[in-house]
Design a protein around this ligand. Sequence first.
Ligand code: NAD
Length: 491
Amino acid sequence: MTSERLSNFVDGAWRVSNGAGSLEVRNPASNEVIAVTPFSTPEEVDAVAQAAARAFESWRRTPATQRIQYLFKLKALLEEHFDDLARQITIENGKILDDARGEIRRAIENVEVACGIPMLMLGDFSEDIARGIDEYMIRQPVGVVASICPFNFPGMIPFWYMPYALATGNTVIIKPSERTPLTVLRVFELLEQVGFPPGVVNLLHGSHETVNALLDHPSIHAITFVGSTPVARHVYARASAAGKRVQAQGGAKNPVIVLPDADVEMTTKIIMDSVYGNAGQRCLAAANIVMVAGAEKIFSSVLTEEAEKRVVGFGLDQGVHMGPVISPQSRARIQGLIQTGIDEGAVPLVDGRAATIAGYPDGYFLRPTILAGVRPEHTVARTEIFGPVMTVLELDTVDDAIAFVNNGQYGNMACVFTGSGAAARKFRNEAQAGNIGINIGVAAPMAFFPFSGWKESFFGTLHGQGKHAVEFFTQTKVVVERWLKEWSRQF
Ligand code: NAD
């Protein structure tokens, strides 16, 4: 791997950015520089937006049945390069290879679902809404779509949007995270092989200034964003003010409620995977584990034992359960939050702040941490840590637990572990979160369901994936039509 300065893919060709700013991309397990991300300029944003706008005119007229042929070809190429893409994710993001494989699988599922667009995009027709008058609704693409992506799922998150946007006749600009730009770059090498007409799919590297220029550009009609809540709020407000259609997924602090009747072995395994998978850098990571009615007496020791056994290391090495976090800054922030938790009264059952991994002295590693005795008002119960830290709270009743969930700022996911159908049903009905897990620790929707999110985890109305994506990337046109009988008499 060389530390190449990465190119943009604009109007069907690879182009070097003139941007003066850049960021070194590092393998978080080794600290080795593996690429340099250029920060594309507002002039380069203008060029890509214009290319995408030109391409839109003919792409929107390409029949949906032909547009999906490109996606079938893409699906075949993604399968062929499955392992290369997964390895690329591990190298730039740090997650273990199995998790990276899961990520690419979820990406491909979205391509498969979008291949159903001829059915998904069907309109409605109503004959004789008045005597001799018919009314129908058709779906047309919105235009140029820009997707701004985070670091933690570099291979999957562009696919929550791109396949649906393309299948419905839009043209696309992807702005990957400047910290993990390489997987998307490999995907664009495959998109180039697919042979989309120039300007239909575009890749633009960059940072804040690039994003703001995309949000403001008059030729861009829709924005999708996934990232932290403060940036999601900014993106939603700024792009909406510029008259665009926007959906912005934000951060999370996902509560998991454990009742004393939960299956111990299954619950422990699932909680471990949910809290520590991708080193906790998942918007669907379990974070606050809420033990109800004395469940901590059953679970504390097993969770502690399992956390201590977790093998930390480079995600491509055999037998590793957890990789590093994304950057030294992120590691320092997580270490600081663990200290804050302890200062506010939490008890560190496992303290993973000091982690030296043989063979990787410069990696950004932490080991699993468990903070027990956390109270709802503590900083660590309310802050998205985005690292391998489990915070354990104890509450008396299911009602208290649901109140805790609903008082939280975020609403991405909430889960319950129990053998009681009645408790689970109450939880499902009352918990204020967009994704609910019942004896499930990462309630990630399949591609044919919307990736929901409530409260400060989401700004907008329609989400990514499935029918929501089809609606987001199309505008409805209603036609009311009358043909007088007299006009057909001449034939
Ligand atoms: P981030 O907000 O730092 O960056 C996301 C994107 O926004 C990047 O492309 C970045 O270049 C751009 N950006 C950052 N700051 C900006 C600014 N001030 N102005 C304009 N653009 C800016 O997020 P991240 O650290 O890459 O990702 C982690 C966050 O994403 C976590 O909060 C996580 O919960 C969240 N996330 C949410 C979901 C979800 O579905 N809700 C999924 C994945 C990640």
